[in-house]
Design a protein around this ligand. Structure first.
Ligand code: ADP
Ligand code: MG
Length: 420
């Protein structure tokens, strides 16, 4: 029993280490570097399982070493799997090579590619799916290990030894595999989810401060502008023709500044109460009318396709602004020429999805993570406000704005808005 608990603890230890040392700091970044570490930590855990095995009274010795190995592959990918596998094998060699080493080698070589195949799938499932799949995998691994142990004993010429144990004995160990694997996956997933939520909260707090600040500054600047405009108007009535023309230009420029500021104020406080039923096709037509010449000028081809009769609940002016922001980003991203931008609208259950797809340079996961942060821009003349504002507007419409991108493979921005 003590051995059993020790094995469990050893398997869970990397989780706690990760949580304490890295979860928040590492969230969304440097996961590639982490993968080696995942492999190393779980490899060490597997070794500790081997060093402190579960002794069942007689000479039959057992441990849970394959559970950390499975986790290393599922969460650490190729790197994690290779690191953990190597450590496991080295450890086995240290404890004594020979036939036992080769059975472990064969198991590692069999499991690694198989699990790597399943891994991409695994990560598309929901929490419950992941747990079920992890459970299945642990049972499958257990059977494989049993098989190889069987062969090992056949090789040693004392198979009868295995039959000395009851079926319950083997079922018990199978259950241990199942339990420790599903528990680990459950904890790991929960930890990642928590880290994600914390990151999101931090982001939205930052956003709130910056928008409040910006809105109040904009407001403060607007007042003196109005005063200046009034005095210029007054003064210009006593001026000669020449000066009056100058003053006229000054007023025009002031109006432009005023316009930009009120526009920004609008953005900073997206209002909720003007949601109305709008037709996606109309919105897209209007936006592309405005944007197509701009796109052509920048050497990008803009094409639109909307399912007919798509209704959605939105503020059409602001929705247009968001789509224009997205198209503008796509055009700017493919400024090297040969840009192709597709704007699509389709229905998806109770929602309408509007996608802006470009074939530009794309973004790395780190860059994707930063989208929508205030003033995050990689452009010389960028403001880094476009997407921040877009996220807020779409949120205010009860929708969501998502990005998919790979470096060198273009970017897809998707707006999802309820139909009612
Ligand atoms: P700005 O356009 O002023 O830089 P945004 O908030 O609109 O600010 O965009 C922020 C950053 O996100 C951009 O500087 C760019 O690096 C990146 N980005 C946005 N859309 C795309 C895209 N379609 N392809 C590549 N990068 C993009
Ligand atoms: Mg922009």
């Amino acid at each position: 029993m003590k051995d059993l608990l020790l094995n469990f603890l050893v398997i869970l230890a990397p989780l706690f280490l990760y949580q304490i040392l890295a979860a928040d700091r590492m969230y969304g970044k440097d996961l590639l570097k982490m993968k080696w570490w995942i492999g190393v930590m779980y490899g060490v855990a597997a070794c500790l399982c081997m060093f402190f095995p579960i002794n069942m009274g007689d000479e039959f010795i057992w441990d849970l070493r394959w559970v950390p190995f499975l986790i290393a592959i599922l969460y650490g990918g190729v790197r994690g799997g290779i690191a953990a596998g190597a450590i496991l094998l080295l450890c086995r060699l240290y404890l004594g090579g020979g036939a036992a080493f080769y059975t472990v080698l064969i198991d590692v070589v069999l499991l690694l590619p198989l699990l790597l195949r399943i891994r991409p799938w695994f990560h598309t499932y929901s929490l419950r799916g992941k747990i079920v799949l992890a459970g299945l995998l642990s049972v499958m691994t257990y059977l494989l290990i049993m098989l190889s142990i069987g062969f090992y004993f056949v090789y040693r010429g004392d198979v009868w030894y295995l039959f000395q144990h009851s079926l319950e004995f083997y079922l018990f160990f199978g259950l241990l595999y199942l339990l420790s694997m599903t528990a680990s996956v459950l904890l790991l997933e929960n930890m990642q989810e928590n880290a994600r939520i914390r990151a999101e909260i931090q982001k939205s707090e930052k956003l709130q401060i910056i928008t409040q600040l910006a809105a109040s500054i904009a407001h403060e600047v607007r007042n003196p502008l109005t005063v200046v405009r009034g005095f210029i108007q007054l003064a210009s009535s006593t001026m000669d023709e020449q000066n009056r023309r100058y003053m006229h230009t000054a007023i025009e420029e002031l109006d432009r500044a005023e316009f930009i500021i009120s526009d920004y104020l609008n953005f900073a406080k997206p209002e909720l109460d003007r949601l109305e039923r709008v037709e996606a096709g109309d919105v897209l037509k209007h936006v592309t009318n405005l944007m197509s010449s701009y796109a052509t000028m920048q050497g990008a081809a803009l094409s639109v396709e909307a399912e007919p009769g798509l209704q959605l609940m939105a503020d059409s002016v602001k929705l247009k602004q968001v789509i224009m922001n997205l198209i503008k980003n796509s055009v700017e991203a493919s400024s090297a020429g040969g840009g192709k931008i597709d704007v699509l609208a389709r229905r998806s259950g109770e929602h309408v999805v509007i996608e802006v797809i470009d074939n530009g340079p794309g973004m790395t996961p780190e860059e994707l993570e930063r989208l929508g942060s205030p003033f995050y821009s990689t452009k010389e003349k960028g403001t880094g406000l476009g997407l921040m504002v877009s996220f807020r507007i779409i949120e205010a419409m009860h929708g969501k704005l998502e990005f998919w991108s790979e470096p060198g493979d273009g970017t897809t921005a998707a707006i999802t808005i309820p139909t009612r």
